[in-house]
Design a protein around this ligand. Structure first.
Ligand SMILES: O=C([O-])CC(=O)C(=O)O
Ligand SMILES: [Mg+2]
Length: 545
């Protein structure tokens, strides 16, 4: 498939929205229409169409109604959209110069310098700020969805705008078609990607090396977010590029940071000293290992030696406890936190490991729904006054347990977070509120901070700073309610706080290139961040960017 551009959909006839009243009225009308649509996928296509036709109204609507709109434009409904991408993705009209989606494939490799270089004149904003790039090989917990991964790139960028205040014109979603190993897509004549098997890891990395170089040469200040790459590509991409370009992997580092922030709160609330925490991970892919290593590093920063910090972690994968003496060859990303105790090879199931370790915290990043059974939850409640249970796999059906199951299994004592949204629960006459440990709390703030500081790269310290910024962003009222994360409706304020923390960390490390911000106080940096943000309700000429 050659590179092609899929611009936003033009309005078909009729008066333009600007003739229909002020933006506030258009937003109210769109919200009323949205609420009248009974089907989730139709709600998604309605909002995607609105984003193309009138970004200000779309972002005004989303920004003012985060709780209601996020589950549609993002997890979980975005998963459904990616699964149905061939039926719903907008066709690429030749004439519209606005680029809303860029598809590339391996056959573009010889022309990448011209193709990417040429974007500079074709894109609507000469200062592109952020791109989210996927190959769709591991979309949420849904597996290989081929070019359907474009939905994720667009969904993440919508949150960059709504939550992080990035100018929508400065965002570029990219899906790279390296084929697919999804049998259903391979057999589907309507599939919009190439119906070929996935290319080798070597070919994908060869392509990505040129891609990253061309992107950086064309847009030197652009932050690139790698999203939903399967583990064997995610780690090499991160390790090869993190010291060369301003880039990060959202599943490894963004998820790592958001879970760390929730864990900092949970460790405080369960009242167990850090040195006595025992953390068990179910799932040892890119997200599981990314989160475990982020929390492990935090323990070191809190004064533990590396070995002591590592001793607090257990990883479980489909073969049981991850251990050096298990008898199989461990992939490199699993080695760092692999155990060595002599009885490790005997522990083959999650239940066996839970009973053996008696963890204070059980974190699920397995993509296998329902694996935190009633028995396991009840066991966690016998070991702990306040058991920490994070069911982080996405979307909803992949969550290791629902919030209701966690509350019932622990008699209401659980400290719970999930990746996808769950409703509050009434149990024995009391109302309980879940936390949503989704990287959406991190990447908009980390990204806008990195963009505004014009960082040359994104070292791990910046990721840790974003987690700290998030953990510090709860209001006294949210803290009193024992919440793990702030209210999602405040996500812009939270992102501003994270951005300031990230900018200051970048200055401390000397990876910032924005001289205008050097020597400024927190309050001055915050004012700068606020001023640099896109506000959908302001007219174009009032926008700073
Ligand atoms: O997109 C989300 O909701 C969180 C995430 O990165 C993933 O599950 O891959
Ligand atoms: Mg992801």
């Amino acid at each position: 498939m050659p590179a092609h551009f899929a611009p936003s959909q033009p309005l078909q006839g009729g008066p333009s929205p600007s003739q229909l009243g002020p933006k506030e009225l258009l937003i109210e009308r769109a919200l009323t229409r949205l609420r009248s649509i009974p089907n989730d996928l139709e709600k998604y296509t309605f909002l995607a169409g609105l984003r193309g036709r009138n970004p200000d109204v779309f972002y005004g609507l989303v920004g003012g109604n985060m709780k209601e709109c996020c589950p549609i434009i993002y997890t979980p409904v975005i998963g459904l959209a990616c699964q149905n991408w061939s039926l719903i993705h907008p066709p690429p009209p030749e004439s519209d110069p606005t680029i809303d989606a860029l598809y590339l494939s391996y056959s573009d490799l010889p022309n990448l310098p011209q193709l990417i270089g040429g974007l500079k004149t074709r894109l609507p904003h000469d200062q592109m700020q952020i791109s989210v790039v996927t190959d769709g090989s591991r979309v949420l917990g849904l597996g290989d969805l081929g070019v359907g991964g474009m939905g994720i790139s667009q969904g993440k960028l919508s949150l960059y705008v709504a939550a992080g205040g990035v100018n929508p014109k400065a965002t570029l979603p990219i899906a790279i078609d390296f084929g697919t190993d999804n049998e259903t897509l391979l057999a589907d004549p309507l599939y919009v990607g190439q119906r070929i098997r996935r290319l080798s890891q070597e070919k994908c990395l060869e392509f990505m090396e040129v891609f990253m170089r061309c992107m950086h040469e064309t847009f030197p200040n652009m932050v690139i977010q790698h999203e939903d790459w399967q583990t064997p590509l995610a780690f090499p991409l991160l390790h090869k590029n993190r010291d060369l370009y301003p880039c990060f992997n959202d599943d490894i580092q963004g998820t790592g940071a958001v879970v760390l922030a929730g864990a900092i709160r949970a460790f405080h609330l369960n009242g167990v000293a850090l040195k006595d925490q025992k953390i068990l991970f179910f799932g040892a892919g890119s997200s599981g290992v990314g989160v475990a290593e982020t929390i492990c590093k935090y323990f070191e920063l809190q004064g533990m030696s590396e070995d002591e910090a590592k001793s607090k972690f257990w990883l479980v994968d489909s073969k049981g406890l991850v251990a050096h003496n298990r008898g199989d060859t461990l992939p490199s990303h699993k080695k760092y936190l692999a155990r060595s105790e002599p009885d490790a090879p005997k522990l083959r199931t999650l239940k066996e490991v839970v009973e053996h370790v008696q963890p204070t915290a059980l974190l699920g990043l397995s993509t296998v729904g329902g694996t935190f059974t009633k028995e396991i939850l009840e066991a966690m409640a016998t070991y702990n006054k306040r058991p920490i249970v994070f069911a982080l796999s996405n979307p909803v059906a992949q969550a290791e347990c629902t919030f209701e199951e966690a509350v019932e299994g622990t008699d209401g004592r659980v400290l719970y977070a999930s990746g996808s949204p769950f409703d509050p629960v009434e149990y024995k006459g009391k109302r309980y509120e879940p936390g949503q440990g989704n990287n959406m709390y991190i990447f908009p703030g980390l990204g806008i901070g990195a963009i505004l500081a014009r960082v040359s790269k994104i070292p791990e310290e910046l990721v840790h700073a974003s987690a700290q910024g998030l953990a510090d962003s709860l209001t006294p009222e949210e803290t009193a309610r024992h919440l793990l994360y702030p209210d999602i409706e405040r996500i812009r304020e939270v992102s501003i706080k994270i951005a300031v923390t990230v900018i200051q960390a970048a200055q401390k490390l000397g990876v910032d290139r924005n001289e205008e911000l050097r020597g400024k106080s927190s309050a001055e940096i915050e004012a700068y961040v606020r001023k640099g943000m896109y506000h959908p309700l302001l007219e174009a000429e009032q926008q700073a960017q």
